[in-house]
Design a protein around this ligand. Structure first.
Ligand code: UN1
Length: 497
């Protein structure tokens, strides 16, 4: 009998009000059933929010350094459970163990960063324009934060949202992706073990169109943070706009790696393989366009194709696998549809473009690393997010054209430039329209203590990670204290009088 998991609401593990569940299976071998998880409905979300409001009343009064202590203990627990969490994560979402270990490490880094932020959470004290008066700003928690997370970083992305939200004194209702419910289940268990008061955290499993939608529309949830597709983000944005909610969106990407003719080509080759095919291309930061200077185009492409063909597909929990499966059959069909679109548009399929044969790989949603050459910037292949192991190669004649191609898409998450020319490196950081630019490193690899996010349709101006995220999860309040004993009127009575 597979295990049936529950929601965590009002301090207990409870079955969903709907009485229905969905299955969570291993994408590398669909015979492997991890468990059945609640397919929750609106009543579950209502109960979770009611409880979170009670939790908020306790938590907002807990001193921030004490809130930080809970997150420090949680960081210690993540260190202790790193291997188990990584293994469970690979089992439910497919990326190779080295990557899921990195995913846990990102959660650990986020926990320790948040723990110390409890002793900062700075406001400002500034001089008043009037005598005998203090003027200062400080941070207050907001209320119940509704967090909706994707499948590709099953641990790290929930921690990016949860830990700063909690540290700032908010209560949390989280609805993880239905593709990776088990990792968040474990994270909530560990949060409770670390000493988080139960009603401060609520876990509601379910689908975006039901549980997710109820959370976004709930009037007592003033803060929403979502990572996922741009289409869903627009929908959430409309609701939050209408209801005047604070909203952070992290959405699509169409990230490019540019390789100039003076670049270290060995390094650029390693970079693009990792950027394009790591996590089977299922990162918002994945490299999906490769912009090659025409002088190195042919020889670089040849080496790239050879190297991509050498990548070993396989179960991420088996030694020697380089690339795991896609998350589910629908994703694989989407990737296949783009292979067809690319061919119709006249791009040249130089490798991959199909699922692998054989019994072992036939049990999962594998797809061969795929490269298209002769791609022009306006093709759909070069414009739309595919979220799979598909790389489009575009040839350019100089740096300025590379910048134009990089910027000529609706997304703006990350970009990368390989060059030995320091002037070009700095021009790239200035001119590439992205939230993150890497020089001589691939488009992936954000660190937890720096702000993460993109421009244009990748986001809505907020950042996760770093210090900026603490602005998002707290309200800035200003306090003025006048100890002059007289009525002093700002902008009317001033020290010149
Ligand atoms: C994402 O793909 O949604 O920089 C996040 C990176 C990771 C985070 C990616 N640290 O690729």
């Amino acid at each position: 009998m597979p295990k049936t998991f529950k929601n965590f609401i009002a301090g207990s593990w409870v079955a969903p009000s709907t009485g229905t569940h969905f299955e969570n299976r291993n994408p590398a071998d669909t015979r492997d059933l991890i468990g059945r998880f609640p397919d929750s409905g609106s009543a579950d979300v209502q109960a979770a929010v009611r409880s979170a409001r009670r939790g908020f009343e306790i938590w907002r009064r807990t001193p921030a350094p004490a809130r930080g202590d809970v997150l420090r203990r949680l960081g210690d627990l993540l260190v202790r459970h790193k291997e188990e969490l990584a293994d469970g994560m690979t089992r439910e979402m497919g990326k190779v163990l080295a990557e899921t270990r990195g995913d846990v490490q990102e959660g650990i880094d986020t926990a320790y960063y948040a723990a110390t932020e409890g002793r900062r959470l700075f406001g400002h004290t500034v001089p008043s324009e009037l005598r005998a008066k203090w003027a200062m700003s400080f941070r207050r928690p907001i209320g119940v934060a509704g967090l909706i997370t994707p499948f590709n970083f099953p641990l790290a992305i929930p921690t990016w949202k949860m830990f700063p939200a909690l540290l700032c004194g908010n209560a949390v209702v989280i609805k993880p992706s239905e593709d990776v419910p088990h990792t968040t289940h474990r994270l909530v268990e560990l949060l409770l073990e670390a000493g988080l008061p139960p009603e401060v955290i609520q876990l509601v499993h379910g689908r975006g169109a039901s549980a997710g939608k109820s959370l976004v529309e709930h009037p007592d949830v003033p803060v929403i943070s979502f990572t996922g597709s741009t289409a869903t983000g627009s929908f959430i944005g409309e609701t939050c706009g209408r209801m005047h909610k604070r909203l952070s969106l992290e959405m699509g990407g169409k990230n490019a790696q540019i390789v100039m003719d003076d670049a270290d080509l060995d390094l650029a080759l390693e970079g693009v393989l990792w950027g394009a095919f790591g996590t089977t291309g299922q990162r918002c930061t994945a490299t999906s366009r490769l912009i090659l200077h025409r002088k190195i185009h042919d020889r670089f492409l040849k080496r790239l194709v050879d190297a991509a063909e050498g990548l070993r597909l396989g179960d991420g929990r088996v030694d020697g696998s380089d690339v795991g499966p896609l998350i589910h059959e629908r994703s694989r069909q989407k990737v296949e549809s783009y292979v067809a679109i690319g061919q119709e548009e006249g791009a040249e399929l130089v490798t991959g473009g199909r699922k692998p044969g054989g019994e072992r790989l036939g049990r999962g949603f594998f797809f061969r690393p795929t490269i298209f050459a002769g791609v022009t910037p306006s093709m759909r292949l070069a414009q739309e997010e595919i979220f799979g192991p598909v790389l489009s190669v575009i040839q350019v004649k100089n740096f300025d054209e590379a910048v134009r191609v990089n910027n000529g898409v609706k997304y703006g998450l990350s970009s990368s430039l390989y060059t030995r020319d320091v002037n070009l490196a700095f021009r790239a950081m200035q001119d590439l329209d992205n939230g993150i630019t890497y020089v001589n490193a691939p488009t992936i690899g954000a660190e937890a203590h720096l702000p993460f996010g993109g421009v244009k349709q990748t986001g809505n101006g907020h950042r996760e990670g770093g210090w900026e995220v603490y602005e998002f999860y707290s309200e800035t309040k200003v306090g003025y204290v006048d100890y002059s004993g007289t009525l002093q009127r700002a902008q009317i009575d001033n020290y010149d009088d």
